[in-house]
Design a protein around this ligand. Structure first.
Ligand code: FE2
Length: 273
């Protein structure tokens, strides 16, 4: 009896203790099924979210492309009215990006620098046509109005965050290394590097292009004038690299500046307004 009682007690204990486990075992398939449903729903949500995110990115990219296309059209309309030559925007963008890649490659990593170069004169949209399109020299009062265009341009693009540092080129492309430029009279390295780079290529293109009031300079004379302006109008280091670039990289862009040009008289260090 003593030995026979024990199994009964064990049996009772097993029945009592195993009940929750048995219940859990019974519920496992249901829990598993529930987890599978959650997993499927989470997967669907994730895919939906990803596709929404991709759609949002696509819409955002389209908006940015449309914005840039509109701004470029506006810049080209201004170029067509302005006293600058056709193709000035494309050329200065090409010179500027090529030069930036030599001086500070990280500057040219994204598209912002190119945007800044192309849109540098976008503020001329605020300049009255009788000043913008005037063939003869501007009066002092007219220059005063013309010199508002970098600040106006910066105001136009400042709210457009994806343009990044392009706004610095637009605001500061008429600063001079010796501090005598505008709109802020910044001196030396206080001028954003992208704007120091642009100042050189802008002047170079202006000098090597025919204007209503003077003929284009030869490539050699233009480079000479740029070197002459080192430390005054231009950053000497930027000038050095620019001169090297033109010597080392013969290009259709540079070659264009050498064809059929007149090489005498007139102000060389032109101010492009
Ligand atoms: Fe300008």
């Amino acid at each position: 009896m003593r030995y026979g009682a024990a199994p009964k007690m064990k049996t009772r204990a097993r029945v009592t203790e195993s009940h929750p486990a048995d219940t859990a075992d019974a519920e496992l398939p249901a829990i598993h099924e529930q987890l599978m449903v959650f997993a499927r729903e989470l997967g669907q949500l994730y895919r939906l979210e990803r596709s929404r995110s991709a759609e949002l990115e696509r819409v955002l990219r389209n908006l940015q492309d449309t914005y840039i296309a509109t701004m470029k059209s506006l810049a080209q309309v201004i170029e067509a009215k302005d006293r600058t030559t056709r193709g000035h925007l494309d050329r200065t963008q090409a010179y500027g990006v090529a030069l930036a890649k030599r001086i500070a490659p990280e500057l040219a990593d994204g598209p912002e620098l190119g945007y800044g170069f192309f849109l540098h004169d976008i503020g001329k949209v605020g300049i009255p046509e009788h000043i913008l399109c005037k063939v003869g020299p501007l009066s002092a009062e007219e220059w005063e109005v013309m010199r508002t265009h970098p600040a106006v341009g910066a105001q136009i693009v400042a709210p457009i965050h994806f343009l990044g540092d392009a706004v610095l080129v637009i605001r500061h492309h008429h600063e001079r290394f010796d501090g005598s430029g505008y709109p802020d009279g910044l001196l030396g390295a206080d001028i954003p590097l992208a704007a120091r780079i642009f100042a050189v290529v802008d002047a170079f293109d202006a000098m090597t292009s025919d204007r209503p009031y003077r003929r284009a300079l030869s490539l050699e004379r233009a480079i000479g004038e740029i070197r002459e302006g080192a430390g005054k109008q231009f950053d000497p280091e930027v000038v050095r690299v620019f001169a090297d670039m033109i010597e080392e990289e013969p290009s259709p862009i540079w070659d264009r500046a050498e064809s059929g040009l007149w090489d005498g008289g007139g102000p060389a260090l032109v101010h492009t307004g």
